[in-house]
Ligand binder design. Structure first.
Ligand SMILES: Nc1nc2c(ncn2[C@@H]2O[C@H](COP(=O)(O)OP(=O)(O)OP(=O)(O)O)[C@@H](O)[C@H]2O)c(=O)[nH]1
Ligand SMILES: [Mg+2]
Length: 234
């Protein structure tokens, strides 16, 4: 199985340079695409340096911060241009998504179309999160599941693996939300098309270095998106 691991970055200098070798060490068939939005801390330049030394690492540079959703869509399109890639991952740069789970995803995707790293199945969980963050995440998943009939427990997580056929089938132009909303919308589209979705347990520690890009705007966007998707029957 050949996989492209898409990692969007915005000011992740300390994390990404440590993360890349750990990800590559998980499986020989794995390559990395970093999608950097002109991070002021120089993340793009340090990744560019790595791409020159290692042909399993790729970089897509965008001119400014344009959000997580469009970063992933650009990363998916880039990956699909490579006919040898069988599956495409979403992964954060901040070590909340532990590279050591990558082999579990690769195994699971042999018998599923979409594999979700799930905090809310047996064996999964979160570490070092305050009560409000836990409530928001859990509540967001329960709400999305109930409103959209999603057959999963963790609807907002962003550690995922899609078979290439899934991304070739979805109308990526129609997906325009960011943050949590993007994760829910992708899942909803996969579910509507009848793709087989499987959850595997992950433990999710808080980010290692750097600062969060989470905002009230992202939370509200996700809430209204779920309401809109439900009412439009889309
Ligand atoms: N290219 C790009 N990457 C982004 C953007 N916003 C966030 N990211 C990256 O997306 C990943 C997830 O962002 P985080 O800030 O960790 O968001 P989060 O995981 O919801 O929040 P925390 O749990 O607080 O870390 C990280 O690798 C970020 O660097 C963006 O606008 N553009
Ligand atoms: Mg994070």
């Amino acid at each position: 199985m050949k996989a492209m691991i898409v990692i969007p970055t915005y000011n992740e200098m300390e994390n990404i340079t440590r993360l890349i070798p750990e990800v590559l060490a998980q499986d020989k068939g794995v390559e990395i695409l970093v999608v950097d939005d002109n991070s002021p801390d120089g993340t793009g330049d340090s990744v560019e340096q790595i791409t020159q030394e290692n042909n399993r690492v790729h970089l897509l540079r965008r001119p400014g911060k344009m959000g997580l959703g469009t970063a992933y869509i650009s990363g998916f399109r880039y990956s699909l241009q490579r006919p040898d890639i069988n599956c495409i991952f979403e992964m954060d740069a901040d070590f909340s998504h532990r590279p050591s789970y990558i082999p579990d995803f690769l195994k699971a995707v042999e018998s599923a179309d979409v594999v979700l790293g799930s905090r809310y199945v047996k064996g999964g969980g979160v570490k070092n999160w305050g009560l409000s963050r836990k409530f928001l995440s859990r509540g967001g998943s329960i709400f999305s599941r109930a409103m959209l009939g999603l057959p999963v427990n963790d609807c907002t997580g962003g550690f995922r693996c899609y078979r290439r056929e899934v991304l070739e089938t979805l109308d990526l132009d129609r997906i325009n939300s960011q943050g949590f909303g993007f994760q829910v919308e992708m899942l909803h589209e996969c579910n509507k098309k009848g793709f087989k979705i499987k959850e595997i347990p992950i433990v999710f520690p808080d980010r290692a270095e750097g600062s969060s890009k989470m905002s009230k705007k992202i939370v509200f966007e996700a809430f209204f998106l779920v309401c809109r998707l439900r009412s439009s029957g889309r």
